[in-house]
Design a protein around this ligand. Sequence first.
Ligand SMILES: CC(=O)[C@@H](O)[C@H](O)COP(=O)(O)O
Length: 255
Amino acid sequence: MLKIGPYEFQSRLLLGTGKYPNFDVQKEAVEVSESEILTFAVRRMNIFEASQPNFLEKLDLTRYKLLPNTAGATTAKEAVHIAKLAKASGLCDMVKVEVIGCQKTLLPDPFETYKASEELLKEGFIVLPYTSDDVLLAKRLQELGVHAIMPGASPIGSGQGIINPLNLSFIIEQATVPVIVDAGIGTPSDVAIAMELGADGVLLNTAVSGAADPVKMAEAMKLAIQAGRLGYEAGRIAKKRYATASSPTEGMSIG
Ligand SMILES: CC(=O)[C@@H](O)[C@H](O)COP(=O)(O)O
């Protein structure tokens, strides 16, 4: 079970809702994934205008916990403003803090992310900051009181998978709050690796929405989460430099 702040979830897969070929595919992929937490960019929603088109309109939003994100913000001030808009419109009290520091790499600005998280915690939000895979930043943020850490596997939308498994494992090892690996996932095996490392969950979007068959990929991601988690819980064998026979012949008379 994944626990974030006061909320509990069976699924450890968090899904983004953008960039699907159409809303029917989006709906089917979301359903097949069995995700319980959906994230979306607040700036893309017509949150105060019910008459305007809404890119979540095909989804039965009562079935999901919504995780508005502050995509588009480049300063803490903007992120806080976006989060407050989302809360005021009744969307949710959880927020994914996303403050981009570089438009080319879309890497998050650590200073502004920290400031925004601090402010939003004071405002009573359930705060999930999206960060790079910086081990010390993750530690500082959890000391600040955030409810989960969301280190990136690699740049958003790059599909490069986990670039620095060592840093991720350090973040996981020291974690006192859930670690959700976020961004850059390309394949189910990337998801399985994150989960085998001990991540509490994975958030992804492009790998599913941009797949040739998003619905099939959503299912593959769901299974990868389950397989990776099971593998983690089962405990992997130690790596050895040299071979050890799988079928020992010691004590047996062969001949
Ligand atoms: C939807 C969302 O929150 C993205 O900003 C997120 O980081 C996912 O990234 P990918 O599209 O690389 O999975």
